[in-house]
Design a binder for this molecule. Structure first.
Ligand code: BGC
Ligand code: NOJ
Length: 810
């Protein structure tokens, strides 16, 4: 069942039924101020850090679902409703939510009144803007009341949801003119406050939640709305809120509109007060003046649209499949940008108070946005590298505000360092900026230990070689990409971390997956050295890579597929000898991407085994058979019920690795078949099963062993975004940035006869037409640039702004 449709022209997803299977959200903001917004106007705002600067409150896992947000209430006689349906849940006569790129528009109508909420966060300013328009479409004049409402968070979201003995006494507000100021803790160490204003005078207001909701009221039946008037309350402690009320008399056909801003304002510490206890409002006034008229609002919306149009124009595909086009041209790219902004911090599945930036997550996310924002990618690489430890290991996470490695979790996730090579190489291939390797970057955030980025890559590479186990395969440490394969932890008691309990970094447990990574990214490192003319070291690195490739085939091959690991007792994991968990997806994808066994037959065998044992109609499960009991020697993976998460769930993140592997083997039909299985837009028709947004990827879909097979979870913040973008654009469409230029080498379904791509690369817009006259799946036989034949190989770099390329497959 569908709950809406794509509007590709406007780059929007249009939700037509408010009761979507889960809240379907959007992200507003792309600089410092962000808002998560659901299709019923639920959500919250924060400045930079979802934990430390939470502007409004959101109760996760609440009942009823998704009741906190940016709701507008309408009271029309006895009838009370919201344009987004929630939280009152009155039946609406019509409803629509358009999620666009960085903005959303929610429209509802009832009894002849239409209410429309346009929401956006403008570029460069710390403010959520809403324009609310109420129109009387009925034949008679009407008197109605309209209310806005937000509940402030007392800034530190963790503290806000735990430290009630203090928080119930600290809340402070002020009201001046049309502006509500939320200034809790401003009297002491904070140099920021929030504002909630309107561009027209309101008739009444509230800043105390109890006054607005009533002592035992709720968002579904607020006392103020029932009464048709707020209490002009000033909050002292308890729960500060912002509510504006407008009494409207609307003739038939008449409309009223108001701009409502929720802003975050900083004041230099020395200028916090203009008189004892009188807060300095200058910056607030400036912000308000910038966003007080319809023209200013429209301009902000247009700027936002221009920003996204420009960003997306750098990669545009035209195939005969509109779903592919909309994913590449709009939604997959958009999701990559959201992962750039959010990492894994704030979504409807990530509370914003848990994880910081992941080392491996951030490196992989970069693969999906490097072509859109290369300068920010550069900065990100240097930030990540600065948290690397001096021995080449990595802090598993770091904090976005401080950019410091997080010592609570520490390091020892032995795949982490190699991802730094992956993202740096991708950055160089995209930009040709070899100078980045000369940048001096801290180790362990300690300037005294700073060295070049190249030295960081060297230590990443050597870290693997310095940490080999009994079979000369890389030691896994606390876990590899699969955070739940905890072979050294032995966590026995509830509440213990699966990853950092017990010895954690043992000398025996080895990962075939990291071995595959070492071959792939170790080779990229060697290519970098070779390009820099560091010949001897490059040769040595190539030899180490070759050796690892052999070791995989000797000790990491199970007969029909690649083994997953050896546990701390030297027992095989992911082998036909195991009772459960006989085969895992990760080493199949990674080893073949690295080229292991491609020439000698193992790769094909492994892919056949994946098809036979792991493939389902919703994608490839992570392992099979699922673990049915908890296993101390394996850890968190076996803690999940069969079919969920890392225990045989369909982990969308690593499906693209197998798709890549299929393209390496030249199987365009199969690659595309697999691509479609996890692609959300292809699942739109079964949204009642898939449940998460049809416009973005989710991390995990319940696998074939799960009672809810096909059900998605953890949408938005997942490495899936970057990897699916990369596999579709580079593996399937075959547009591959390389040191010397763009290489075009598609691997497509044999039925595709032609497609076109516009790709901005190093300042040149390549207009590429790919013809497939013989219906092959892979292979390029001729290339013309501006009408002239050129040898098959990378397209020559040029100073021209535009180039026409014709590719003939065959
Ligand atoms: C999840 C993993 C995640 C890890 C992060 C686990 O509970 O299953 O997907 O990577 O937590 O620490
Ligand atoms: C999610 C984590 O963010 C990521 O780092 C990890 O690789 C996957 N889960 C698999 O465990």
């Amino acid at each position: 069942m569908k709950f809406g449709h794509f509007d590709d022209q406007k780059k929007e997803y249009v939700i037509e039924k408010y009761a979507t299977p889960l809240p379907w959200i959007n992200y507003l903001g792309s600089d410092s101020f962000f808002t998560l917004l659901s299709n019923t106007a639920g959500g919250y705002s924060f400045y930079k850090d979802a934990r430390l600067r939470r502007v409004t409150r959101y109760r996760y896992n609440n009942l009823p679902l998704d009741q906190d947000g940016f709701h507008i209430y309408i009271k029309d006689g006895e009838s009370i409703w919201n344009p987004g349906w929630q939280p009152v849940q009155s039946e609406l006569d019509s409803y629509q939510c358009r999620h666009g790129l960085g903005y959303s528009v929610i429209t509802g109508s009832k009894n002849g009144i239409e209410a429309r909420q346009e929401l956006l966060v403008p570029k460069h300013d710390n403010i959520l803007l809403q324009r609310v328009t109420i129109r009387n479409n009925s034949t008679a004049a009407k008197d109605i009341d309209m209310f806005s409402f937000v509940e402030f968070c007392l800034w530190d979201a963790m503290d806000d949801s735990t430290n009630f003995q203090r928080n119930y006494s600290t809340g402070e507000v002020e009201v001046e003119g049309n502006v509500i100021y939320h200034k809790t803790e401003y009297r002491e160490r904070r140099d920021h406050y929030a504002i909630f204003y309107t561009n027209k005078p309101f008739d009444s207001f509230d800043t105390s939640r109890e006054s607005f909701m009533g002592l035992y009221g709720s968002p579904r039946n607020p006392q103020a709305v029932l009464q048709g008037r707020c209490g002009n309350s000033l909050a002292h402690g308890w729960q500060p809120v912002g509510a504006h009320h407008f009494h409207l008399h609307l003739e038939s056909g008449e409309s009223f509109s108001v701009i409502i801003g929720l802003g975050y304002v900083e004041v230099p510490v020395a200028e916090k007060f203009i008189a004892p206890s009188v807060i300095n409002k200058k910056n607030a006034y400036e912000l308000i003046n910038k966003y007080s008229t319809d023209e200013q609002f429209d301009q902000a919306m247009n700027n936002l649209k221009d920003f996204w149009d420009n960003l997306l124009a750098g990669f545009e595909v035209h195939t005969d499949n509109e779903i592919v086009n909309r994913m590449v041209n709009i939604w997959n790219a958009y999701q990559c940008m959201v992962t750039f902004n959010m990492s894994r911090s704030a979504s409807y599945f990530e509370s914003g108070i848990g994880r910081g930036m992941g080392f491996r997550d951030s490196c992989q996310d970069l693969l999906g946005f490097v072509h859109m924002i290369p300068e920010k990618a550069r900065e990100r690489i240097l930030d990540i590298a600065a948290t690397q430890k001096a021995d080449g290991g990595a802090y598993h996470q770091y904090q976005p505000l401080t950019k410091k490695g997080n010592s609570d979790i520490g390091g020892g996730f032995n795949d982490d360092p190699l991802w730094l090579i992956a993202c740096t190489d991708a950055y160089i291939r995209e930009t040709g900026d070899w100078d980045i390797l000369k940048e001096k970057v801290d180790f362990d955030n300690n300037p005294e230990l700073a060295d070049t980025l190249l030295e960081h890559l060297r230590r990443s590479f050597n870290y693997t070689l310095n940490n080999l186990g009994p079979h000369k395969l890389p030691l896994i440490g606390r876990a590899d990409w699969n955070d739940c394969l905890n072979l050294n932890c032995f966590s026995e008691h509830p509440g213990e971390s699966f990853q950092i309990t017990g010895p954690s970094e043992g000398p025996v447990a080895e990962s075939v997956f990291i071995a595959g990574m070492f071959v792939k990214y170790g080779r990229e490192y060697a290519n970098i050295l070779s390009h820099l003319g560091i010949r001897e070291e490059a040769d040595k690195a190539y030899r180490a890579v070759e050796q690892m490739s052999k070791t995989i085939l000797e000790s990491g091959w199970d007969g029909e597929w690649f083994l997953r690991a050896y546990d701390a007792f030297g027992q095989k994991v992911g082998s036909h000898e195991c009772d459960e968990g006989q085969i895992f997806i990760e080493p199949q994808g990674m080893c073949i991407m690295a080229g292991v066994g491609v020439e000698t037959g193992q790769a094909q065998k492994a892919l056949d085994s994946v098809k036979e044992r792991l493939d389902t109609r919703f994608g490839i499960v992570l392992n099979n058979p699922a673990y049915t009991t908890y296993r101390l020697n394996l850890g968190e993976i076996s803690s999940y019920p069969p079919g969920y998460k890392e225990n045989a769930g369909i982990f969308c993140h690593n499906n693209p690795w197998v798709i890549f592997a299929e393209t390496i083997m030249g199987h365009g039909d199969r690659a595309f078949e697999l691509y479609k299985k996890t692609c959300p837009a292809f699942l739109e028709e079964i949204s009642e099963i898939h449940r998460t947004e049809p416009y973005v990827y989710c991390q995990m879909v319940a696998g074939k062993d799960a009672p809810t097979f096909g059900e998605g979870k953890n949408s938005w913040l997942t490495g899936t975004a970057a990897w699916t973008f990369t596999v579709l654009t580079e593996g399937i469409l075959g547009i591959q940035p390389d040191y010397e230029g763009l290489t075009i080498n598609p691997c497509i379904p044999h039925t595709v006869r032609q497609f076109k791509v516009n790709r901005l690369f190093r300042g040149t817009m390549y207009h590429i037409t790919i013809d497939n006259p013989d219906g092959v799946e892979k292979g390029v036989r001729a290339i013309k640039v501006n009408g002239e034949s050129v040898p098959v190989g990378p397209l020559p770099l040029t100073a021209d702004k535009e180039v026409n390329v014709e590719i003939t497959m065959g």
